[in-house]
Every structure is written in C-alpha cells, then in structure tokens.
Design a protein around this ligand. Structure first.
Ligand SMILES: Cc1cc2nc3c(=O)[nH]c(=O)nc-3n(C[C@H](O)[C@H](O)[C@H](O)COP(=O)(O)OP(=O)(O)OC[C@H]3O[C@@H](n4cnc5c(N)ncnc54)[C@H](O)[C@@H]3O)c2cc1C
Length: 409
C-alpha cells in the first residue's frame, strides 16, 4: 500500500496549484514531503474544473502564484486586464479602475481554464508528485496517525494529512458528514465567448442589470478576432432560454442588456450554464483533513473572487506547513496544532470575502429604489473621489486588508 505524507483529493485549480506549491516548498526549504494527487478526470476529458471557463486572476494572486513557483507555467496563457469599468444599467452610477492609477502594469490577467489544466498537469508530470489520474476517492478509513484512502481503481493509500480540493460536492466532506452552509441566489450564470467588432484594448466590464450582473473579460484574439469572456447571471428560466436560443438572438439580447460600451457584438461560441449559490464550511478542517478552494467555499462569480480566495487557502496552508517543518523537519503534517494555525489564519479573510460577495449580490440584484439610488450614488462617488477606490481596488486585485502581500514563502 502506498504511504504518503499528504494526499490531495481533487486536481483542478486548487489541488493542482497546491501540488506544485508543495513541490516548490520542498525544493526551497530542503524539506522532504511525499505528496499524492488524486484526480477523477484527465485535463481535456470533459473536465469539470478545467472547462471552457475563462477566469480573472487578480494582480495580488499572480504575485502569490509567482512566489509559489506556479505562474511560470501559466504566464504565456494570460491576457492582461489594464482597466475595469463598473456600471449600473439604466441608472447614472459608474466608475473605473485603471492600472496606471496604481502604478501597475495590469489589474489582473484572464486565463482559460482548459489550457491552464494542461499546463499545470504537464508541470506536475515533471515532479516527484504521485499523480493518480484518472482515479477517484470512493471511501476512507479514519485512523489516529493517518487516514486510509480507497480509490475507484482498487488502490489504497495512507496519508498523514488529507487535503480536500474536491470541489462543492466534496467526497471527503461527505465521508465525515461535515456541515456546509448555503445561500441560494436563485440565479444561474450563462457563460460564452463573445466576438466583438472592436478590439477590447484590455478593458474588462462589469454591468449590473435589472436581471443580474454581467461581466465581460478580455481574452486573447483568435484569427485576428477580438474575444470577450461573458459571465451573465440571470434568473434560472431566463438563463435556460438564453442557453437554448439561436446565436443571433443571443447576441441581440446581450447587446440590449449590456449596451454599446464594449462595441458591437458579432458572434458567440458555445453557451454553458452554472447554478449560482454561495456555499461555505463554517470550519474547513477536521481530524487530519484540510478543505481548500471550492470544497471549503464556493462563491458567486459576480466579483471574480472564487479562485483568488481559494488560492489564499493554499498560500496559508503552505505557509503553516513551511513553518512547522522549519521548526521540526520531522513534524507530523497532520498535527492538530498545524490545522488550528491554518484555521486561525483563514478566518478573517474568508469571513470578510463571503460577506462582501453576499452584500454585493443582494445589493446589485435589487430594484428597491432607495437601494438603486444608493448604489448609483456609491459608484458615482467612487468615480469623483479616486481615494475611495482603494478598498474596492484592493479587493479586486486580491490584496489582503488593502496592502499587497509580502509572503514569507
Ligand atoms: C462562471 C464562473 C466564472 C468564474 N470566474 C472567476 C474569476 O473571474 N476569478 C476567480 O478567481 N474565480 C472565478 N470563478 C471561480 C473559479 O472558477 C473556481 O473557484 C475554481 O475553478 C475552483 O477550483 P477548485 O479546484 O477549488 O474546485 P473544482 O473546480 O470544483 O475542482 C474539483 C476537482 O475535484 C475533482 N474531484 C471531485 N471529486 C473527486 C473524487 N471523489 N476523487 C477525485 N477527484 C475528485 C473534480 O474532478 C475536479 O477536478 C468562476 C466560476 C464560475 C462558475
């Protein structure tokens, strides 16, 4: 039976990033950790985590990915966002965030997850990580000093620490019957790649409409065509209609909802739909287990913070492991004191981000006139008074408590 220090269950954005971060930790600190990564699907095989989605990775997250030794595998895939325009359709509120105002080359970068998955798995194949893919966790036997993991292939392995990066429906969470809190916003997101007549010039747009928020992110052009990645949150029936209708009708509806600020939309690729819920584990640790990424919390994509927050789980987990191993190179990585340190580090950031996202979704999905007036005024104030933008920008850029992180990793 295979015996490892750390078994990561789930190898999408969170799990694959963590695997590479642990490899870098060992290289840079001289620590010796054996790591296994268990992932149900190989990239490219209708992968649920590395699908047609494009996501915005904030500037602060890119700095963290560089420190973790992961960004070098992804940098060629990124399309920079230099400016963000936020507006409220049908009302006078609007504001802009510009990278030049912060002395930065960009506010974030957009990456397409399918390509990211391939790049991360190519990098993992060159490491000492035991990659068990395609294979799935189907059972666990809890132990005092290590857990035993049972895989679909019939393989068994023991791990001192199990990191659950297995998404919203986490098999590890189900196994231990741990609580998950949920808020259902009664919205679905329709995503598609949209072709525009004008170049995007690295702008991103977020527009709050009567039905829900709509975001457009700049993507790399294909065959000279300017492309934007669309996330459009709508009530489920409307989302279904928009997913099913023909391309021309979809493009017309989008133009009508968004307006002309990003130019004329001339086409749209395949449309996909995701139900939107806010889910979180009140306590993302258990005996010899840590939950990270979507397994610990799944956000509404309104502010593009899901992976950015999940990445901070990984940064903090790597940080507590590094500290423990620097104090004692033989440290038990599943020790409850390490897990409690992790929990304490994550508490503030998780609570603040979850609260901010919930208020944003509720505040901007509401047509009650005092709220509409308040948010229009808020957006106007931001555009008239640039210093007020700092807290908004620091969240958008993935900085913690308004400052760029200087991690000790
Ligand atoms: C429309 C949309 C737009 C988004 N935009 C942004 C954005 O702009 N910026 C941002 O930061 N975030 C964004 N997000 C969020 C971001 O995509 C997610 O937070 C991130 O991809 C989650 O990655 P994960 O690895 O934590 O989980 P998941 O992607 O859910 O991966 C879980 C993995 O575990 C595997 N797995 C599950 N069960 C098992 C098992 N039993 N055994 C083995 N493997 C298993 C699955 O195959 C899967 O690969 C967006 C999300 C959506 C839906």
């Amino acid at each position: 039976m295979l015996a490892v220090d750390i078994a990561i269950v789930g190898g999408a954005m969170a799990g694959a990033t963590l695997a590479l971060a642990l490899e870098q930790l060992c290289k840079s600190s001289g620590a010796s950790l054996s790591v296994a990564l268990i992932e149900a699907r190989a990239p490219g095989d209708e992968h649920p985590g590395f699908d047609a989605r494009a996501i915005a990775v904030a500037e602060g997250s890119i700095e963290e990915l560089k420190r973790l030794g992961v960004w070098r595998h992804l940098s060629r895939l990124g399309t920079p966002i230099t400016d963000i325009h936020v507006s409220d359709r049908g009302h006078f509120g609007m504001t802009e965030l510009n990278s030049s105002a912060f002395g930065l080359p960009y506010l974030g970068q957009v990456v397409e997850l399918e390509a990211v998955g391939k790049a991360l798995f190519d990098a993992i194949a060159k490491t000492s990580i035991q990659l068990l893919c395609p294979d799935s966790l189907v059972g666990m036997e809890a132990g005092q000093d290590a857990h035993t993991l049972l895989l679909e292939s019939g393989k068994r392995l023991t791990a001192k620490l199990v990191v659950a990066a297995d998404g919203l429906g986490s098999a590890v969470r189900s196994h231990f019957n741990l609580p998950l809190e949920q808020v259902d916003f009664d919205q679905d997101a329709v995503i598609a790649n949209v072709v525009t007549r004008q170049p995007h010039d690295h702008w991103a747009w977020e527009r709050f409409t009567d039905t829900g928020p709509l975001a457009l992110l700049p993507m790399a052009p294909i065959n000279g065509e300017s492309r934007l990645s669309l996330v459009w949150a709508l009530p489920p029936e409307q989302a279904q209609t928009l997913q099913d209708c023909d391309e021309q009708r979809f493009v017309n509806q989008l133009q009508q909802a968004f307006g002309n600020r990003a130019g004329v939309f001339v086409g749209a690729g395949n449309r996909q739909r995701y139900p939107l819920k806010l889910s979180w584990m009140p306590r993302p640790i258990h005996h010899r287990c840590v939950f990270v990424g979507n397994a610990a919390q799944t956000l509404h994509p309104i502010a593009g913070q899901g992976f950015n927050l999940g990445l901070r789980d990984i940064v903090d987990l790597t940080r507590v492991l590094r500290l423990a191993l620097s104090e004692n190179s033989q440290a038990d990585v599943g020790d409850i004191r390490i897990l409690h340190r992790y929990l304490a580090l994550r508490e503030h950031d998780r609570r603040e981000t979850l609260l901010a996202i919930e208020s944003l979704v509720r505040g901007f999905s509401n047509q009650y006139w005092p709220l509409v007036a308040g948010r229009s005024l808020g957006l106007r104030l931001l555009s008239w008074c640039p210093p007020l933008k700092a807290p908004l920008a620091s969240r958008a850029m993935g900085w913690r408590r308004g400052i760029r992180l200087t991690s000790t990793l």
